[in-house]
Design a binder for this molecule. Structure first.
Ligand code: 5GP
Ligand code: ZN
Length: 112
């Protein structure tokens, strides 16, 4: 997708430091962090709606694998962290390219 910011970062057309990168996905810091640690786990493939994919379980499982392994690597497992995926307008999704938020570093209250 030409104008999708996460596709542009994936293709290195927009600079953003990748904390992790493999053939499937990459991790960057959120540009407007909502917690001391706020990371985005982003598949390279431009996926808009998870409900459109028959094999989405495999894709999401891979994203959660990457997120939990990275959480172990940076030592936040004992204190805890939150993983969130927004989908569609009512969720407040801003970037229409599938991504998993990882939030940590403070007590996260509520679900809003
Ligand atoms: P959403 O609301 O779509 O689930 O989350 C999109 C997230 O992407 C937001 O938290 C927003 O701050 C972040 N974001 C938007 N544009 C950029 C960008 O260019 N670089 C980075 N690192 N994060 C971005
Ligand atoms: Zn995209």
């Amino acid at each position: 997708m030409d104008k999708c910011i996460f596709c542009l970062i994936s293709n290195n057309q927009v600079e953003s430091k990748k904390l992790f990168n493999n053939q499937f996905c990459f991790i960057i810091e959120d540009i407007a962090p909502k917690a001391p640690i706020h990371l985005l786990i982003i598949p390279h493939k431009h996926i808009l709606r998870i409900s459109d994919y028959d094999d989405i379980g495999r894709i999401l499982a891979s994203m959660f694998d990457v997120a939990t392994n990275y959480a172990k690597d940076i030592g936040i497992v004992d204190d805890g962290y939150r993983l969130i995926i927004n989908q569609g307008e009512n969720s407040g999704q801003e970037v229409p390219h599938l991504h998993l938020h990882l939030l940590a570093g403070r007590k996260l209250l509520g679900m809003g």
